[in-house]
Ligand binder design. Structure first.
Ligand code: AMP
Length: 164
């Protein structure tokens, strides 16, 4: 679960105008801040940009991520940065998100950022896995055991007959 390719990250020296461009282009809500070797340093979120704007911090376009992070820590906006290991179980990730009340968990492998699991990934997973089990139950009650396609009673079958 989550995203493991085309990860959008930034370096501390990335300008905030580039951050804004990335947010505009990719529609993700946060960017891991990494060093040149891909090690996680922090996370810069859309929410942080909003706070900068709301606090009327001028000169946004000339700032770097590093400066913005310093200002954020002075103003104590920081959301905890939570990480998990690539080999962790889904239940561990869910527990981290629930306990820390964060929007995302950064997936690391040998300390390097390799993926992101966000609340939207969990929601999609839950929606995709909460399929209608009533059909399966009905089939079970009818003693249907074969693995072929299921047709609702009354619906047309491929050879012109009607399913019962
Ligand atoms: P979010 O913006 O956190 O709601 O996540 C939306 C989707 O984008 C999810 O599938 C995330 O896994 C993915 N995602 C979140 N952050 C990033 C990022 N920095 N780079 C690439 N994908 C991301």
């Amino acid at each position: 679960m989550g995203t493991y390719s085309n990860l959008e990250t930034v370096l501390p020296e990335t300008s905030l105008s580039e951050v804004l461009r990335k947010f505009g282009r990719s529609h993700v809500s946060a960017l891991p801040v990494v060093d040149n070797s891909g090690k996680l340093l922090d996370v810069y979120a859309k929410y942080d940009v909003m706070n900068l704007a709301a606090n009327k911090t001028y000169g946004m376009s000339t700032k770097t991520v590093h400066q913005a992070l310093l200002e954020r820590s002075e103003l104590q906006w920081t959301e905890e940065v939570c990480t998990c290991d690539l080999d962790d179980q889904l239940s561990t990730v869910l527990e981290i998100i629930m306990k820390s009340d964060v929007h995302r968990v950064i997936v690391l492998s040998e300390e390097r950022v390799v993926g992101m699991v966000s609340l939207s990934d969990i929601l999609s997973f839950l929606v995709l896995n909460s399929g209608d089990t009533s059909k399966d139950k009905r089939r079970e009650e009818q003693g249907v055991v074969e693995d072929g396609p299921y047709y609702e009673p009354g619906s047309p079958l491929p050879h012109g007959e009607t399913a019962v």
